[in-house]
Design a protein around this ligand. Sequence first.
Ligand SMILES: NC(=O)c1ccc[n+]([C@@H]2O[C@H](COP(=O)([O-])OP(=O)(O)OC[C@H]3O[C@@H](n4cnc5c(N)ncnc54)[C@H](O)[C@@H]3O)[C@@H](O)[C@H]2O)c1
Length: 253
Amino acid sequence: MKVTYSDLKNKRVFISGGGSGIGATIVEYFCEQKSEVYFIDIDLKSSNKLIKKIEKKGFRVPKFIECNILDVKKLQNIIKDIISKNGAIHCLINSAANDDRHTTEQVDEKYWENRMGINLKHYFFAAQAVVKGMKKIKSGSIVNLSSVSWVLGEGDKVVYETAKSAVVGLTRSFAQEFGKYNIRTNSVIPGSIATERQIKHWLTPKYKKLILDSQAIKRQLKPDDVASLVLFLSSDQSSGCTKQSFVVDGGIT
Ligand SMILES: NC(=O)c1ccc[n+]([C@@H]2O[C@H](COP(=O)([O-])OP(=O)(O)OC[C@H]3O[C@@H](n4cnc5c(N)ncnc54)[C@H](O)[C@@H]3O)[C@@H](O)[C@H]2O)c1
């Protein structure tokens, strides 16, 4: 990371899905800024590995709390507990998601509810839990991770894409409702980002070639490309930006 945002030092940051992938890089970036970072995830192994990595780098160590984001009550209690013990959360980064492939035919009601729970519902309830504190301090930044998949209409994960498009609507609605308290809300829309999971499941040489042929920029994007944008949107350097979607896709759309 090359930039220091002095205002992010000691800022209280809550990140969902911070154990691996883009979320983990976001955790690391905030820790390097000396922010007070809390992250949740279901993946204990990756989360503990990340903490060790951050300790080794000498960055401020984050606090990890195990939580399945489908458990909205637990998620909100964790956030309320952080606020009551430490004070308002300044930045909320909603990142936890799951992009498992499925056809329309394969979706039943149970799967629909589960995908909406993992890819959309917790965004709303995490925000609901942080805004009370943000209103009191008249400041806050919420960053919601969406995806270009719904813009492209990739057609191999319809419920995920539906949820990710709704993230943009949610962002715009929150931005309007909370703008008068100086709470900013923005979406980040990544393209193809080479995370461990993407490399393992989807980024075959053939798919990678298709991505690079379609992008304006001819390099595979990495979690750092997204984390640096999230950091900017969280810092006061973007104090005039709200209600917007910021695309980081190498020009694929
Ligand atoms: N990687 C990409 O190419 C890409 C592209 C577009 C959008 N995005 C978006 O960026 C964000 C991060 O994606 P990523 O690729 O890093 O994903 P990832 O799958 O690599 O990481 C997601 C993290 O969320 C956690 N998680 C999943 N289900 C959970 C649950 N039920 N409870 C708690 N934690 C849970 C996982 O354990 C993991 O640590 C997501 O919102 C995703 O939709 C990613």
